[in-house]
Design a protein around this ligand. Structure first.
Ligand code: PGA
Length: 245
């Protein structure tokens, strides 16, 4: 079995810098690489660092392509809580990436199955994902792959768990406005990425980090499947490492 490469950073800012080092190395080695990107509060220090590094001339996003993990069902790309909007605001609008080269699942489609199949095909047509960035949910979810009795393979529609809706309601006016479903890459999509980089910061992630990477591989803890990925790096800050000895 492969072991994840665990890196312990002092704090979220240092975790962001260490993650940016990995992105910078990849982008410089392969200027048209395909980045699998994620939303949430965890990647923000990384995104700020990448924006600054391009301003400083250390890397260029001009030829980079990207595919995001997930999107809420029912939100358009200009809804402030959509993940497309988040990516534009927090990364794409501040770097030289061609917007046409950025993909986020569409939250507003008539035919969800066709959109999901097309999303998988588009990733394949780009040559696959070179590095997939992930956060982790308190229940071990990656993307919106929630605990269940199997590891979902491909991009699909999911009903959101109450714990996830509650965790995300801080961004909405009320819990009623939090979507009840989403589209997400599957665990199989993530596992097909050539490299995986998961970041977890904060004491509230300590227990799930321990379960995911030092416990049994089980679909009840979706992130645990990364123990079987041949090239997975996990960057945690000291708080998120605090349940590990
Ligand atoms: P967070 O979300 O980065 O906002 O903690 C992570 C996730 O739910 O995947």
């Amino acid at each position: 079995m492969h072991h994840v490469n665990l890196i312990i950073a002092k704090d979220p800012a240092e975790a962001g810098r260490l993650a940016a080092d990995i992105f910078q190395e990849l982008i410089n080695a392969k200027p048209d690489c395909v980045l699998g990107l994620a939303t949430g509060s965890t990647p923000l220090p990384l995104y700020r660092e990448l924006i600054q590094r391009e301003k400083d001339g250390k890397l260029s996003f001009a030829k980079v392509r990207s595919a995001n993990l997930d999107e809420y069902k029912g939100l358009s790309g200009d809804h402030p809580q959509s993940y497309r909007y988040f990516m534009n605001e927090n990364l794409f609008n501040h770097i030289s990436i061609d917007p046409a080269n950025t993909m986020v699942p569409s939250g507003l489609v008539e035919d969800a199955d066709a959109m999901c199949a097309a999303y998988e095909a588009a990733i394949e047509a780009m040559g696959g994902i070179d590095i997939q960035l992930l956060g982790i949910g308190h229940d071990g979810h990656i993307g919106f792959n929630e605990p269940c009795d199997h590891f979902p393979a491909a991009t699909h529609e999911v009903e959101l768990e109450e714990i996830t809706r509650q965790a995300n309601k801080r961004f909405f006016n009320s819990i009623d406005e939090v979507p009840t479903a989403a589209y997400t890459m599957g665990c199989g999509t993530v596992m097909a990425a050539r490299k995986v980089l998961l970041i977890a910061t904060g004491k509230d992630k300590a227990e799930i980090v321990k379960q995911s990477f030092f416990g049994p591989v089980t679909p009840m803890v979706p992130a645990s499947i990364l123990q079987f990925h041949p090239d997975c790096t996990v960057i945690v800050d000291e708080a998120a490492a605090s349940a590990l000895k």
